[in-house]
Design a protein around this ligand. Structure first.
Ligand code: ARG
Length: 452
């Protein structure tokens, strides 16, 4: 390959922007309809263009289309092929249009579809989290801070924490959709167009809820992709946190869950292994998604108005992110539906390690001790118990009383279950609050069915 060829390859984007073919063709069809409706091109030219574009689409989806890198991008490849197929009328399609507003249209259309798919996958994941919680409405587990056992909680409460995260992610994607749902065609290269076009007609044809307000902004705005990439970054961060917990929980050390077989792999030399590869890869995918966000922020920073060719660099990170988020969400939705909780092990662990220490301090507070004082007493009590190798429930009343006269035999009523039941505040882990939270999540999902 000669040096010149290497250099000309530099501007080529067809190997990735060919993904936009359906959007590009749909946009061109709507544009041609508008041009003929407005008398800018003849009805017969529009008919020929629309039929020809149908054939081009056929060729592309069947894999017959001969891509030509020398034509650089998807727009030129399709237009040239249209000319080969229908001749002269093809030369009229680009009337009252520029590649600058055309590419903005295509990417917005693609992003809207991507967001719809992502919202559907998020919806399934949220359902499956709620169903898993519902199957284990009162299974206790230790809640953690600093990866240290802290206080007993319901496993369902822990799962619903992720429901909240993914519900906020859905909200963010819906907001990203709103800002993407703006039709830029008719902005021309940057200044608008000297033809009697009907922009609203094109927007209606293509299912956009509004048209862009400023032509210069419309051809140089990629905020909608930044919205998408930041929503994606936050979402993949949540997925990564969940992935990390699944990796921990499926280890022998925790033993809280058994991953569905399809989501683990064996080792080539250690036959006992069930490696949580899917969760690990999901955790690892975080880097490329954040990378795409930072990449595009950097591409756009310092670009003078309006369109600059730098903006062609918006696509690969965007496509990669939408693939990554969609596949990861789908995998997690399925993985969660097949996840088995080891509730026996969770319950046992919840009772170990003095996780009831706070509750015993609260017990003393109820009997009149100031909290700081109660805290000091229980901390000495747990040191004592630890030294003796005993759990709280194994200490005698005398041993309790030697630490504080406020202790009575009802201290034995402090259990994992009573600790959980006591946290009966809005947002708390008590059985009744969690049951209500499950019901609320279920009706929220019922309401959102189909809306997405
Ligand atoms: N491939 C270009 C892009 O993705 C299409 C727009 C080109 N416009 C131009 N004036 N060169 O941004």
């Amino acid at each position: 390959m000669g040096l010149k060829e290497v250099f000309s390859d530099y501007t080529v984007s067809i190997h990735y922007d060919r993904r936009l073919y359906r959007q590009d063709i749909a946009g061109s069809i709507a544009h041609a309809r508008m041009l003929s409706k407005q008398g800018i091109i003849s009805q017969s030219d529009a008919d020929a263009i629309i039929a020809g574009l149908g054939d081009v689409q056929e060729e592309i989806s069947s894999g017959e289309f001969a891509w030509k890198p020398e034509l650089e991008d998807i727009h030129m490849n399709i237009e040239r092929r249209l000319f080969e197929l229908i001749g002269e009328p093809a030369l009229r399609l680009h009337t009252a249009r520029s590649r600058n507003d055309q590419v903005a249209l295509d990417v917005r259309m693609y992003a809207k579809e991507a967001i719809e798919d992502i919202l559907a996958a998020l919806y399934d994941l949220r359902w499956n989290l709620v169903s898993l919680a519902e199957r284990h409405p009162d299974a206790p587990m230790p809640g953690y801070t600093h990866v240290q056992r802290a206080q007993p909680v319901l496993a369902a409460h822990h799962l619903l924490a992720y429901y909240e995260m993914f519900s906020r992610d859905s909200e963010r994607f819906r907001q990203a959709y709103e800002r993407t749902d703006v039709m830029p065609l008719g902005s021309g290269a940057l200044a608008g167009l000297p033809y009697r076009i009907d922009r609203q007609f094109v927007a209606d044809e293509l299912g956009f809820s509004r048209i862009s307000v400023n032509s210069m902004d419309a051809v140089s705005d990629r905020d909608f992709l930044l919205d998408f990439l930041s929503a994606s970054s936050i979402c993949v961060m949540h997925l990564s946190r969940m992935a990390e917990e699944l990796v921990l929980w499926s280890s022998d050390e925790f033993g809280f869950v058994r991953m569905p077989d399809e989501y683990t792999t064996g080792s080539s030399i250690m036959p006992q292994k069930r490696n949580p590869d899917f969760a690990e890869i999901a955790r690892g995918k975080t880097g490329r998604v954040y990378g795409s966000l930072i990449g595009l922020l950097t591409v756009l920073k310092g670009l003078p108005l309006t369109y600059n060719r730098d903006m062609q660099e918006d696509k690969e990170g965007f496509f990669d992110t939408s693939d990554t988020i969609l596949s990861t969400l789908r995998i997690f939705a399925d993985l969660i539906s097949g996840l088995e909780l080891n509730v026996g092990r969770m319950r046992r662990t919840a009772g170990e390690s003095y996780v009831l220490a706070t509750d015993i301090a609260d017990y003393l507070v109820e009997r009149g001790a100031p909290f700081r004082e109660a805290y000091r007493i229980v901390s000495r009590l747990s040191e004592y118990a630890l030294e003796k190798g005993l759990g709280f429930e194994e200490l005698s009343l005398e041993e309790y009383r030697s630490h504080s006269p406020l202790f009575d035999k009802d201290v034995y009523a402090v259990t994992v279950e009573s600790s959980i039941a006591a946290r009966d505040v809005p947002g708390g882990t008590s059985q009744s609050r969690v049951a209500k939270a499950i019901a609320a999540a279920t009706s929220e999902l019922e309401e959102q069915r189909g809306i997405r």
